[in-house]
Write a protein that binds this ligand. Structure first.
Ligand code: FMN
Length: 189
């Protein structure tokens, strides 16, 4: 019987929102990052950079998340929502990995590089899943706000693409009902 481990992982992976207290060892994180550095990239630009936030720095990132939300609610005149839950989104992870794009001066290359960084993040998610580690991809304020830049120590030619909150799953959500590719494919023969 043929085995297709990648296919199984692709099918089974779910975004994980709740993690246990178990910590991901640094060596395991390194292994995931090495895998993520294997994404295809045009002209071998290797546009990805990774920033790992873990340990006490996670609490600081959680506070930044809360501060950004308070700022937004004051600006928009809307309630801030559940700040504890927002803080926890960050602090309950064992590590947060930022995937950062090195910005090429050429605009077209930047588009290709963005795609490569997204693939890199997906590889990280998949290899984590294979090792029993869950991930939540985020593109919220901790990616979009300029106030994240000094926290991450970003250079002018670096732009965060997403972050992945990583940890051992406390709960795995049920699969989404996804449309079959058959519904979404046209063949031209
Ligand atoms: C480009 C991209 C951006 C995303 N941004 C967020 C986000 O900001 N917050 C969040 O909770 N999930 C985010 N997600 C996770 C998706 O919501 C999740 O992948 C989707 O619900 C499908 O679930 P699955 O990953 O279990 O298949 C993002 C995923 C992708 C690919």
């Amino acid at each position: 019987m043929e085995e297709f481990p990648v296919l199984d992982t692709v099918r089974q992976r779910r975004t994980v929102y709740r993690f246990t207290d178990r910590q991901i060892e640094r060596e395991v994180l390194s292994e995931l990052l090495e895998a993520a550095a294997n994404a295809p990239n045009h002209r071998h630009t290797e546009p990805w950079r990774f920033i790992v936030v873990r340990g006490p720095a996670l609490a600081r990132l959680g506070e930044l998340r809360v501060a950004l939300q308070l700022e937004r609610s004051a600006r928009d005149g809307k309630p801030a929502g559940n700040l504890d839950a927002m803080r926890e989104e960050v602090t309950q992870a064992s590590a947060v990995v930022y995937v950062v794009q090195h910005l090429d001066p050429d605009e077209r290359r930047r588009g290709e590089d963005y795609a490569s960084c997204a693939i890199s993040a997906y590889i990280l998610q998949l290899t984590a899943w294979e090792r029993g580690i869950g991930a939540r991809w985020s593109t919220g304020q901790l990616i979009t706000s300029p106030k994240v830049r000094p926290f991450l120590g970003l250079a002018d030619d670096e732009q965060p693409v997403c972050y992945l909150a990583l940890g051992y799953p406390d709960e795995v959500p049920r699969p989404w009902r996804k449309r079959s590719a058959q519904e979404l494919t046209r063949y031209i023969e």
